[in-house]
Design a protein around this ligand. Structure first.
Ligand code: F6R
Length: 616
């Protein structure tokens, strides 16, 4: 939520910042702004709306302006308008800030600063940061041997409770850019005589693939001569430069109209990358290097708790079925937002596994911290390398799904399920199932990417189904067993990008209430693939059909029996039930995508949403 980008170098900053903001726009898109620092003067332009709207109010870039900061916002405190848009200038007119995060004690600080004479113009929590830095800069003495701007930033941040990724400029220091981080992501790209600070690597890779990842409560001070990182107590931190592991091509649309469609179609490849080198059929092993030293503990664990939000939570539910089925380990999946505020019982021998694409989701991160405080071993299944959850957990498995830009998560879901499948097989092999069974599972899992390619060929057919039902405002998604979480995921996808109300349910639950919703022509999407509950779900289909529901079925290729019940039929290749979710979810992703496009929505930037929910 919110994207920040900052540039210091020899090139004209404005186009670099605009390009960077466009790459971060998926993080927030209700207002945007830039501040340039030139010859000791701060120039700010900001507006409600998207980066395109910001571009309309910008003057022509000035070649000599080579330092600036930018922001794309997802509003938390204060409605989206040009006053609340970032950057925020302090009351002395010297300090300007862009911020991603939430300042929890902003109200107390604001009252105090006002009593000290500071003026506020916006409703944001961020203005407290600029004013606090401005206050210490104006009234403090600084520290011997340290530049006063840096000192004022450290001093102010000691007063702040909350999360921040910050880029800060001071008009008295025309060659200095300061970044700071606590709980929100921040990366410093280190180029050839140029530096970029950003919320994520997408805004950086075009310029450099060398980066450092400051830790929480660290301040990084950048000048043309180089950079240094310090703690808030002014202790120097040694940073290691790391390589950003993705390319520009991976974050560009290519020939696709939307990132979401590109990412849906990428799944055969992203899954192959995720599983490549990990499934070792010859030696009957799954190699998960990141958690190698925890495998013993996991094998003996008495209980596993998955914790996650949204789509990642649905992946966790699939994981629950997999772990219980293959490894016979009692497993639960908890919404991170609930888990963190409960008083969870984490007996000795419980392992908590956080699942997150971004690795920055505030609730999931808080759940990780809560579990760690209670002494549990906490592992992560995360996509973004170096993200907060990846760093906070004891160990983890990266998805290697490549950057996911579309706000609606697609390829991360299938990669999460693939990682959970691999882990369940490996634990199963060590605990419960025979070597033969484990090998069979590995072989089946390795076939999934090709099977997804076959499903993707039905994209136009699925579009026609979406078109035939596009005027319906209520949909049901129903599945059983391993496909019940897929029903939840199908409903979530449809809701979030096409704004159609949808409910996902275990199919048998329908009779306990939701069946009352069924009216003539209401689309009901059934996942009715072959498996132990096939006959049961056929019964559920009959019940909905008898009440006039429009039956859309995701069935196994070659199932002729089901044709007579289906108004619309989509098929997926045959696969063991335990691996079906990675197949059955694909038509539902495509259905949501096409429905959103047919309804004229901005698929990659759905209303009220932003990628990576870094606020509670
Ligand atoms: C839905 C979606 C969200 C995320 C959720 C968790 O399409 O993208 O529901 O799955 O916000 O995000 P991560 O996985 O980044 O923790």
């Amino acid at each position: 939520m919110c994207g920040i980008v900052a540039y210091l170098g020899k090139k004209t900053a404005q186009p670099i910042l605009i390009e960077g903001l466009k790459r971060l726009e998926y993080r927030g898109y209700d207002s945007a702004g830039l501040a340039m620092l030139s010859g000791g003067i701060i120039k700010i332009k900001k507006t409600k709306g998207r980066i395109n709207d910001l571009e309309k109010i910008l003057d022509k870039p000035i070649e000599s302006e080579t330092i600036g900061i930018g922001h794309t916002r997802w509003a938390t405190h204060g409605e989206p308008n040009s006053v609340n848009a970032h950057p925020h200038l302090d009351y002395t007119g010297k300090i300007v800030v862009v911020h991603n995060g939430i300042i929890e004690n902003y109200s107390t600080l604001k009252t105090w600063l006002q009593s000290e004479g500071a003026k506020f113009v916006s409703d944001t929590d961020t203005e407290v940061i600029s004013n606090l830095i401005g206050y210490f800069y104006a009234t403090g003495n600084g520290a011997a041997g340290q530049n006063k701007f840096e000192w004022a930033v450290q001093r102010a941040l000691k007063e702040i409770h909350g999360t921040y990724g910050l880029a800060i400029l001071c008009s008295d220091f025309p060659d200095t850019l300061i970044g700071a981080k606590n709980g929100s992501p921040l990366i410093l790209g280190v180029g050839d005589s140029e530096y970029l600070l950003a919320s994520d690597a997408a805004a950086i890779v075009e310029h450099t693939t060398q980066a450092i990842y400051p830790a929480n409560n660290e301040v990084v001070v950048i000048t043309a001569a180089g950079f240094h990182t310090k703690t808030l107590d002014n202790v120097t931190v040694t940073e290691t430069i790391k390589k950003i592991e993705f390319s520009l091509e991976q974050i560009e649309l290519g020939s696709f109209p939307h990132h979401m469609l590109k990412e849906i179609f990428e799944q055969p490849k992203s899954l192959s990358t995720c599983m490549g080198g990990r499934i070792d059929i010859q030696n009957n092993r799954i190699k998960l290097g990141g958690i190698a030293s925890y495998l013993r503990e996991l094998t003996r664990t008495r209980r596993i708790i998955f914790t996650a939000c949204g789509t990642a939570f649905h992946a966790g539910l699939v994981g629950e079925f997999l772990f219980e089925h293959l490894a016979r380990i009692p497993t639960e999946t908890e919404y991170a937002s609930e888990f963190r505020y409960r008083n969870p019982i984490l007996e000795d021998g419980t392992v908590v596994i956080a699942i997150s694409q971004s690795g920055e989701t505030a609730d999931t991160l808080a759940a990780v911290e809560q579990a760690k405080e209670r002494g549990a071993t906490v592992l992560g299944i995360v996509n973004v390398v170096g993200s907060s959850i990846a760093r906070t957990t004891d160990a983890g498995i990266y998805l290697h799904a490549g950057p996911e830009i579309g706000v609606a998560s697609t390829k991360a879901f299938t990669a999460q399920v693939a990682v959970l499948s691999m882990l369940a097989i490996e634990l199963g092999r060590r605990r419960h199932i025979s070597s033969f069974h484990a090998t069979e599972c590995m072989k089946e899992l390795a076939k999934i990417p090709d099977k997804i390619s076959r499903i993707l060929q039905q994209s136009d057919h699925i579009k026609q189904i979406a078109a035939a039902n596009i005027d319906r405002n209520n949909w049901l998604f129903l599945g059983r067993g391993f496909n019940y979480p897929v029903a939840l995921e199908g409903a979530l996808k449809l809701k979030e990008i096409s704004y159609i109300h949808a409910e996902g349910l275990p199919a048998a639950e329908m009779k306990h209430g939701p069946i009352a919703l069924i009216v003539d022509g209401m689309p009901a999407v059934f996942i009715a693939t072959e498996g132990p509950q096939y006959d049961k779900i056929m019964g559920n289909i009959a019940e909905v059909k008898a009440r006039g529901g429009k039956i859309i079925v995701v069935a196994t290729e070659g199932d002729n029996n089901i044709k007579k019940y289906a108004d619309h039929l989509i098929t997926v290749p045959d696969a063991p039930e335990i691996f079906q979710p990675m197949l059955t979810v694909i038509p539902l992703q495509l259905m949501a995508y096409h429905a959103a496009v047919l309804r004229g929505h901005d698929v990659d930037k759905p209303r009220n949403l932003a990628k990576s929910v870094t606020v509670e």
